[in-house]
Design a protein around this ligand. Structure first.
Ligand SMILES: [Fe+2]
Length: 178
């Protein structure tokens, strides 16, 4: 099956809730992309937002991971799969979106606005970056996009938001292929 159709069908068929939140994984990712569009982000970043948690679709039972206190390394699993098809501007911020949270929690204000599930997963993901790790991260390509993606991600957990149909992103997905 063509990768675009496979992605779209995974979005349509996803019924499981986004870990510890009250919306589905599909709704959460689409909501992230909608926020990126609203902020007039470039297409690659919108696509990165749309696919940032795709690794959870690949992992069998994403909800079990929090219950069992396991970190499924969804960012790495998603990245490994998506980098075969998508531009690096799309996949690199995805690869780093967990690290971006570990970077941002150095700011107490940022930490305070995280959801319970996000705080729990932070521990499993290795906690706050050290200052040495933070400096190294700042030098990485796509550091800024990873931070932007993370902020859209954190804000995309609202219930009652009218969610765009995944089909509307078909052209964007196609244009983001390498
Ligand atoms: Fe997310």
């Amino acid at each position: 099956m063509n990768v675009i159709y496979k992605i779209i069908s995974n979005f349509i068929n996803n019924k499981s809730l986004y870990m510890g939140e009250k919306i589905t994984l599909s709704e959460h990712m689409i909501q992230s992309a909608m926020l990126a569009e609203k902020a007039k982000s470039n297409k690659s970043l919108v696509c990165a937002c749309l696919l940032h948690d795709y690794g959870h679709f690949i992992l069998d039972e994403p909800n079990d991971l929090v219950i069992k206190n396991l970190d499924g390394k969804h960012e790495e699993i998603g990245y490994q799969y998506l980098q075969k098809f998508f531009k690096k501007e799309v996949v690199e911020p995805i690869k780093h979106h967990v690290k971006a949270k570990r970077y941002l929690v150095r700011d107490k204000k940022y930490f305070r606005q995280l959801s319970k599930a996000s705080i729990l997963s932070l521990k499993l993901q290795g906690g706050m970056l050290s200052s040495k790790e933070s400096k190294a991260f700042e030098k990485e390509d796509f550091f800024k996009d990873a931070i932007k993606l993370r902020k859209f991600d954190d804000a995309a957990k609202n219930i009652g938001v009218k969610i765009k149909d995944i089909i509307k992103y078909k052209d964007l997905l196609k244009a983001s292929l390498k």
